[in-house]
Write a protein that binds this ligand. Sequence first.
Ligand SMILES: [Zn+2]
Ligand SMILES: [Zn+2]
Length: 218
Amino acid sequence: MVYDFHIHTSLSDGDISPMEMVRRAMVNGYSAVALTDHAAAGDLPRIIGEIIQTCAMARAHWKILAIPGIELTYVPAAAIAATAKKAKELGARVVVVHGETIVEPVEKGTNLAALNSPHVDILAHPGLLTPEEARLAAEKGVFLEISARKGHSLTNGLVAKLAQKAGARMLVNSDAHTDSDLLTEGLASAVIHGTGLDDPTCLSVLQANPEILLKKLT
Ligand SMILES: [Zn+2]
Ligand SMILES: [Zn+2]
């Protein structure tokens, strides 16, 4: 079973159409996929609207749970709460926030704003996560991402260590921008084991945690 809650398509900076990305995910063995293109302000309604229609059509005709989502990207920290709320009102089921990765100039305070919003489900690539942020993720039930993406994955070890200590739930996501970035069972397993977490914890990150998120969404 492969789950992935962070994928980009040609609706933002990915290079494959949303429908083709869902099809390719299904062929890769995915049982659930969330399309989460980058958006910040005026682009929210258009992108969420197109993703909702794509996912509905895919779910109706193919054996894959395609979930409409969004990745709030470079939203000013002070505007994250209101924008996440708006994204949910527009029909996004999964709201991902583009966290403070060490390879991009994301505004400081983005992680905390995401973790404090009841409408945010996943904090993606949180970068140099702090113990306080990990505790907040555990308390608020926000999933912390272990990233398969080049660059963002540089801090996976720190994120995993602090998340486990705080009792925060983790998810492995591809952050795919093209079909060759998609996960396979083997790649997802290698990415989580690469953090040094023990086998039972890795298994729960790969199987139990996605199921917990899916239950929350349905
Ligand atoms: Zn991107
Ligand atoms: Zn992303």
